[in-house]
Design a binder for this molecule. Structure first.
Ligand SMILES: Nc1ncnc2c1ncn2[C@@H]1O[C@H](COP(=O)(O)OP(=O)(O)OP(=O)(O)O)[C@@H](O)[C@H]1O
Ligand SMILES: CC(C)(CO)[C@@H](O)C(=O)NCCC(=O)O
Ligand SMILES: [K+]
Length: 244
């Protein structure tokens, strides 16, 4: 049994896997992460491995406390991945993007893939059918956009995510929701259309907390899997066992 942990920029997510089956998942913040992980270990005594990818403020040292309980697999850029990394700065590529790319290669072999992850940031990652990671894009996520509008203007209120009721925003609030939410929708559709000009066929994986919400609203019909990063960590762990 494996516990995978994704330390994101905002939240920490975890999932328990028995082989390929996700048994349960968790979301928590950094303050009480040790307690939460201990709870998961108590609930699942059969967990033998803890697999971690962190873009956030937790380091390998923060997980060593669990060394007595499970084998720690801390994923780093210099580890083994099932693709060739053609990024010009491979050591600065986010580990979440590396894991997503690995997951795309392992789950969708022999095809071009575009992974779109909507979290604190919206990231795009493209891996071609030859399993070469080419790169992608980094854009602000929903909360970053709402906060930026508020923080860098005098008059705009700080709103939280809201589904725009009017495309033509008819109030300050509706204008902000339309700008942020419709903006993200048009942006993602625009990126996909541009990739389509360069690659006639590719598999799109849409993931992150708001993947389901967005999948329904995009012009391009795509399949959403909000657990793809946690599943990819599990798949990468299995891959490493068989290839290291
Ligand atoms: N239980 C939840 N708590 C908070 N947000 C949630 C929850 N479930 C879904 N969401 C949605 O998920 C979005 C955040 O997505 P995600 O979890 O991928 O990113 P994050 O935690 O902000 O980013 P990161 O992975 O960089 O820390 C929020 O905008 C929210 O709408
Ligand atoms: C872009 C984020 C913040 C998304 O979580 C993360 O992948 C990261 O810190 N990346 C480093 C820069 C890069 O990927 O090129
Ligand atoms: K993320």
């Amino acid at each position: 049994m494996v516990l995978t942990v994704d330390v994101g920029n905002t939240r920490i997510k975890g999932a328990v896997f028995e082989k390929d089956t996700l048994l349960e998942q968790f979301v928590f913040d950094r303050e009480n992460f040790k307690k939460n992980i201990e709870k998961i270990f108590s609930a699942y005594p059969k967990i033998s491995d803890l697999v971690v990818a962190s873009v956030g403020k937790l380091e390998k040292e923060d997980f060593l406390a669990f060394e007595k309980r499970a084998k720690i697999g801390f994923i780093t850029n210099s580890g083994l991945f099932p693709f060739q990394n053609n990024y010009a700065t491979p050591m600065t590529l986010g580990i979440d993007r590396m894991v997503l790319a690995a997951g795309a290669v392992l789950a969708y072999p022999g095809q071009n893939r575009l992974v779109i992850d909507i979290g604190t940031c919206i990231t795009y990652d493209f891996i071609n059918a030859e399993d070469q990671y080419l790169g992608g894009a980094i854009a602000p996520g929903f909360r970053l956009r709402y906060e930026a509008l508020h923080n860098f203007t005098a008059k705009l209120p700080l709103l939280t995510f809201g589904d725009p009721t009017h495309f033509i925003g008819n109030s300050t609030e509706q204008s902000i929701h339309s700008g942020v939410v419709n903006g993200v929708i048009f942006e993602i559709d625009g990126f996909i259309d541009q990739y389509k000009k360069e690659y006639s066929k590719f598999t799109i994986i849409l993931t992150g907390g708001d993947a389901d919400f967005l999948a329904k609203r995009l012009k391009n019909t795509i399949f959403a899997n909000s657990n793809f990063l946690l599943e990819s960590l599990n798949n990468l762990f299995q891959y490493k066992i068989h290839n290291d």
